[in-house]
Design a protein around this ligand. Structure first.
Ligand code: FE
Ligand code: FE
Length: 258
């Protein structure tokens, strides 16, 4: 694994597009927007796909918000899973690496990238200054709602993240797709892998409960595989496909509802 400082480096030339991305994200990810997207998608009635077919479908997508890779999403899935496998982790963890970004299917349903990818944060309470580009929250309509601008906002202190509405994106969506199929540490990895203010800066601790604090160790364990497995040499999809198809057959249902 390479030096962490080479990653998430938003210097030119990537910075302009990443900055524009977060301007759109922070301006529009309001509490009402999140509630609307949850109502639209969490019924999981958009499409039914076999897990491997969903990964192939995702192969048409490149993540604009990510300064670290220009490879397709299937390559990112395989590279992440392979890095986890090489370190000898259990199969559920490898499956998690393979599947973790499949919520980006939202893009293929026509959602703009600012409503799919990028770092996530709680809505309905004050934004932590540890969020990337915090200045862009100045244009968010929730700024005009004082009840949403206190530390706890609409939440009880220590209520647990399960009660907290996160900015809408691929993490929360895929959590709902897989919530009945993977163990709790895997579900935390999936649901909070883009929640950088929490796992990088320990922000929003006042909303967490004991389970969150325990499970965030797993989120932190997953994060380096997501970040540092991004290498320019593509994984050998053809050679790896039989192993991963078999793995998915053993750990997930034949069809997943999206
Ligand atoms: Fe992701
Ligand atoms: Fe990822």
């Amino acid at each position: 694994m390479e030096n962490e400082h080479q990653y998430r480096n938003y210097a030119a030339p990537a910075r302009d597009s990443v900055s524009a991305f977060y301007e759109a994200n922070h301006r529009q990810q309001s509490l009402d927007f999140v509630r609307g997207k949850r109502a639209q998608y969490l019924g999981l009635n958009h499409r039914t796909m076999a897990p491997w077919d969903a990964l192939l479908w995702m192969d048409t997508l490149v993540d604009d918000s990510d300064p670290d890779t220009n490879l397709s999403q299937l390559q990112h899935a395989l590279q992440t899973a392979e890095a986890i496998r090489k370190d000898g982790h259990p199969e559920w963890f490898i499956v998690t690496g393979l599947m973790h970004d499949l919520g980006k299917a939202l893009c293929l349903f026509g959602e703009p990238q600012w409503a799919v990818v990028g770092d996530t944060f709680p809505v309905g309470c004050a934004w932590s200054p540890t969020n990337v580009y915090p200045e862009y929250f100045a244009s968010n309509p929730d700024l005009a709602r004082p009840e949403l601008q206190t530390e706890n906002g609409i939440y009880e202190p220590g209520c647990g993240l399960d009660q907290v509405l996160m900015s809408w994106g691929h993490d929360e969506y895929l959590y709902h797709v897989l919530r009945d199929h993977l163990p709790l540490p895997a579900l935390y990895m999936i649901r909070y892998h883009s929640f950088y203010p929490a796992h990088r800066h320990e922000a929003y601790q006042h909303l967490m409960n004991e389970q969150d604090r325990t499970m965030f160790r797993h989120v932190s364990e997953f994060n380096p595989y997501d970040l540092y497995s991004k290498v320019a040499t593509p994984a050998d999809q053809k050679a790896l496909e039989p192993y991963y198809r078999d793995l998915l057959t053993r750990h997930l249902p034949a069809q997943l509802r999206f």
